[in-house]
Ligand binder design. Sequence first.
Ligand SMILES: [Fe+2]
Length: 388
Amino acid sequence: MKSSVERVVEIRTPKAIMFGVGASEKLIEHIKELTNEHVLIVTDQGLVKAGVVGKIKKTISNADFKVSIFDGVKPDPNKECVYQCLNLVEAKDAKVLIGLGGGSSLDIAKVTAALRINGGKITDYVGIGKLPRKGLPTILMPTTSGTGSEVSPIAVISDPDQHTKLGIVSPNLYCDLAIVDPTLTVSCPPNITASSGMDALTHAIEIYTNRVSVQMIDTLVLESIRLAGLYLKTCVHNGEDIIARTGMALASLYAGLGLGPVNTAAVHSLAYPLGGTYDIPHGLANSILLPYVMEFNRPACKIKFAKIADALGVKGVEKEDEKAKIAVEMIVELSKEVGIPQKLREIGIPKEAIPKMAETALNVKRLIKNNPRKVTLNDAIAIYERAY
Ligand SMILES: [Fe+2]
């Protein structure tokens, strides 16, 4: 197997990424580049109530665009949500979709835009590279710092029938414009800030220690880990701190940029059945499992784990072995400090579900194959049991 320095990497991105405090104020200029017709905002009711959607809608309608809102996105949304959104897109003949919210709203916007042009059903496109054409133009505006969906070619939709998640991966899912404005994350409540921030950190760690990691992306995600270590706690405990919010928005963006070229591994595979069967939010499922998977992977990633400890600011430790161990402890510490539950039993998962969940997780082959240490069925069971 080639080393990370020798591997060739192909990095695709949205057509444009705007990052910075106040970036969302430039939305209109960009809509004008894409259409002069109907625009649809894809979002959730929480953001409507918080007044975030109304503000954006007003900006768009003041610029003489027709604009509608689909606010039916729920956490970890299912297939039905996509079809409901698609009905509204068809009824309004919307030409541009704006995903405004957490990863769920962004993913619904991506998949709905894709179905509007490609036709067919969601299940036709599940897997890697199955989407033949680019969908309607999309602008994605995250209001959480976590999923990185705004810069990834991936969308994940729950499938209650199969008790898992359906992952669609295609370069045709890249949006036209990602607007990452840290001010949009200020209204994000502490628990969501914590779990989505830990999700971003999980992305960074899984990309950095991946079987197919590449040096160019390593640089980005190591910086993402450093930023999350520096700013996540402040974002959770003092959400108005715009410097911390900007740091976390950047941490999430950097990790998100690694999802297309490298992607995640066993934490995400093992988290899939928690969401698919027990409706545990994506970020929370990953946050709980991260330290247990890191502990499993530690023998295979000593050097990189030591560098993670360095990025998180470890002091006075020389030996790599020791630093690698401390890296896991530092992640546990951070997770506790931001209020993440530490055990699966705390979130209502029945213990007898473990063997079935392990089987489902191993079927998420596109991710589990990336893990730096091979995961067998017994390994997956053991990881869940340790996390229980
Ligand atoms: Fe994730």
